[in-house]
Design a protein around this ligand. Sequence first.
Ligand SMILES: Cc1cc2nc3c(=O)[nH]c(=O)nc-3n(C[C@H](O)[C@H](O)[C@H](O)COP(=O)(O)O)c2cc1C
Length: 216
Amino acid sequence: MKILAINGSPRKNKNTATLLNKALEGAASKGAETEIVHLYNQNYKGCISCFSCKLKDGKNYGKCALKDDLAPILEKAANADAIILGSPIYLSSITGVMRSFLERLVFPYLSYTPDHSSLFPRKTQTGFIYTMNVSRKRMQDSGYEHEFKFTEMYMTKIFGSFESLFVNDTYQFDDYSKYVATLFDETEKAKVRKTQFPKDCENAFDMGVRFATQTK
Ligand SMILES: Cc1cc2nc3c(=O)[nH]c(=O)nc-3n(C[C@H](O)[C@H](O)[C@H](O)COP(=O)(O)O)c2cc1C
């Protein structure tokens, strides 16, 4: 059983990556083989609208034909038993690299038929770990969830199973005193980091356990 995590943060050991690694630890504790891919290490672009993936009788029908650093990663995703995506929120959305990755992961499997049926050949567990500065309430009140719903809809349609983990109020800097960041209450942030983040890590670990056990 192979579980693949995809990190859409440029930081390889901060909030998003920590949570993804916790999820993989959970999966590994149940015997899964795990791997994390850092998207910022890869050289690629989003969908270029070549439509090879939609070409009648085309050799790339239902597949992304672009040959770049993402090609082998999309292949890994196609063969994984579960896929866990993670991204920080940048300007109220997932990061650009994660967005480009999703275009390349999802669009080839989305058939241009009236029912938009999935061309992905089997059911695969997928999950998304979102990390962000805003509180859960602000996330709910400020329209962030609108976009999350679309990601959920596409991932469920293609892979048959999807769950989200929202991690709010993340600790962004190693030392808040060095930055102009009066928007944030550092004491409050440190408190959330100490009390809530370990629980978020547990939830990520549990996601990994769940994926590994449900996949068996
Ligand atoms: C360019 C940029 C834009 C950001 N925009 C938002 C935002 O719109 N809403 C939010 O809640 N947090 C925002 N953040 C904060 C990050 O989402 C948050 O710190 C996240 O947990 C960072 O993840 P990382 O530690 O894995 O890099 C932004 C951070 C950066 C660098």
